[in-house]
Design a protein around this ligand. Structure first.
Ligand code: ZN
Ligand code: ZN
Length: 542
């Protein structure tokens, strides 16, 4: 037994010479390679990527005239309508002062509670609060929106980005964009123009500005940077897209739209007054995202390594195909049996059977219940000639030996026998004919006489194997049992050549009968062909 450290095992391959399978393999591999290359180029799998780091400022321009009830026309300019955003308030019902807390504030009240329970109207009492008087009452936004002309306002977005891994800095206002360009650029025909008309932004987000202006809303201006920093294909330009970010169905949402409050203060007769505004507006959120990629040999190697496994798909498909019985039948080859070499346990009684009318040797499983002639074929093997035996046979055939007449008369014909010379046996594993179809028996051929039954040949063979054994002439010669076994071996070497590995060659009933007739046991008893002696060996028959 060789030590495990001193040996190397490798897979054994089966090469199938087939134009169909060969071309199928190459077309599958070519398809997989094409797919891998396309994905690599399309997704730039050969690049190392870094995420964008960015800062954004926006500058709104535009003036609007607004008509407020009771105040007349008011001009709104940038300082009035641009506000930082604020997050988005009734009285608390009570019966006694105990129900009201002191100096607390709740999310739904308008001021700080004083701790007193006061009469609100004829039926209800509420907690008194310290608050601006009067408290805010109106909750419905005005229709149409007061600042509807804001649709024509423009916003200039300034976006500076950086990819730290590549130390690459860029602005959305490109170096070639000068003052004259920024004054005149139109987004309708220039997708890189950083100046946006609010109406256009809302429309491109799929919304209606005058409808949206009533309850307010949030529009996302998305700036996507997808940069390729490789020298030959260098390209790093922003792509703008627009999307509404809040719920746009006001009847389905609890707090629809977007609004915030702000106040203007003034002193009237020494008392501070304020004008509280609840503004319903459109907020623009500028979202910057993106990545930059640059060629990296490590990424390329990692990608190639990860794709190698796809070539196994070819093997899986081809193996499935050659094992499919319909394909095998189509090409007249059973590749599945060639691909898998089955090695059975020697004691299991795997037999090989050779028929005169068939070129191949069949491997069958021995059963004690089933006739060997009808046994299921496990595999079909090509006959491998035993070169030494062929040489011997040819030299025997060149020598002039008179063929002897066939002595054995035709026996009663068995249903499973095709040659008409097989006799019935008590052991089903012995019921094997020399052929599948009907025809002459191999034991009746002249060659059988000269190769298997010819006593001088068998004695010469025995002497060849054991040169020091007493010469047949000097003694009574070899026992008939020895000659009989030698004849069986001759038959096997002739009909099987080298029998398939780990199988035990089975000798047809007609030939066994003919050999026993020539070299009979003195007491007329034979052990027969049993599972015990059906182990892979040459001598199997008594
Ligand atoms: Zn027969
Ligand atoms: Zn026969």
């Amino acid at each position: 037994m060789a030590c495990a450290l001193c040996t190397y095992e490798t897979n054994k391959l089966v090469r199938i010479h087939s134009v169909r399978l060969g071309s199928l393999k190459w077309s599958l591999n070519a398809t997989i390679l094409l797919g891998i290359c396309l994905v690599m180029l399309w997704n730039r799998k050969y690049q190392h990527f870094d995420q964008v780091v960015s800062s954004v400022t926006a500058k709104v321009k535009g003036v609007a005239l607004m008509h407020l009830p009771g105040q007349g026309g008011v001009v709104w300019d940038v300082a009035d309508y641009s506000r930082p955003s604020q997050p988005p308030v009734s009285g608390r019902l009570c019966r006694h002062d105990n129900d009201c807390d002191t100096s607390t504030w709740s999310q739904h009240s308008n001021g700080i509670q004083t701790g007193l329970c006061v009469k609100f109207d004829a039926l209800t009492r509420t907690c008194e609060v310290t608050a601006w008087c009067p408290i805010e009452t109106k909750t419905r936004p005005p229709r149409p929106a007061v600042l509807a002309s804001a649709e024509n306002f423009t916003v200039l977005i300034k976006n500076n980005i950086r990819f730290p891994a590549f130390n690459f800095i860029r602005r959305n206002i490109l170096p070639e964009m000068d003052d004259a360009y920024l004054r005149s650029c139109q987004r309708a025909n220039d997708s890189l123009c950083p100046i946006f008309r609010l109406g256009d932004v809302v429309r491109q987000a799929g919304q209606n500005f005058s409808q949206m202006a009533v309850e307010g809303g949030v529009i996302g201006i998305q700036i996507k940077w997808d940069c390729n920093l490789d020298l030959l294909t260098r390209r790093c330009l922003p792509r703008y897209s627009f999307r509404r970010l809040d719920e746009n169905e006001s009847n389905k949402t609890l707090y629809p739209g977007f609004n915030f409050r702000f106040a203007k203060y003034n002193m009237v007769d020494g008392v501070e007054e304020r004008t509280l505004y609840k503004a319903f507006g459109i907020r623009f959120d500028i979202l910057v995202f993106g990545q930059a990629g640059k060629f990296s040999i490590i990424q390329l190697v990692v990608y190639i390594g990860s794709t190698l496994s796809y070539y196994a798909l070819t093997t899986v498909l081809m193996d499935w195909l050659i094992q499919t019985s319909c394909y095998s039948a189509d090409v007249g080859q059973n590749y599945g049996e060639k691909k898998v070499e089955s090695v059975e346990d020697g004691k299991k009684g795997v037999l090989s059977v050779s028929y005169v009318d068939q070129d191949h040797i069949r491997v069958v499983k021995m059963s004690l219940k089933r006739r060997l002639q009808d046994a299921n074929t496990v595999a079909v093997e090509t006959r491998r000639e035993d070169a030494g035996h062929v040489t011997m046979a040819v030299s025997v055939l060149q020598a002039q030996v008179d063929p002897r007449p066939v002595l054995k008369p035709d026996t009663e014909r068995q249903s499973w026998c095709g040659c008409g010379r097989c006799t019935a046996s008590a052991l089903p594993q012995e019921e094997l004919c020399c052929r599948r179809s009907e025809g002459p028996c191999i034991s009746s051929s002249a060659l059988f006489e000269r190769l298997v039954l010819h006593r001088p040949l068998l004695e010469a063979l025995l002497l060849y194997r054991d040169p020091l054994s007493p010469a047949p002439a000097a003694t009574s010669g070899h026992s008939t049992a020895t000659l009989r076994h030698c004849a069986y071996q001759q038959y096997v070497a002739w009909r099987f050549g080298v029998p398939p590995a780990a199988t035990c060659p089975a000798i047809p009933r007609c030939c066994v009968g003919r050999i026993r007739e020539e070299f009979p046991s003195p007491d007329g008893r034979y052990s027969g062909f049993t599972l015990a002696n059906a182990t892979p060996a040459i001598t199997t028959q008594d």
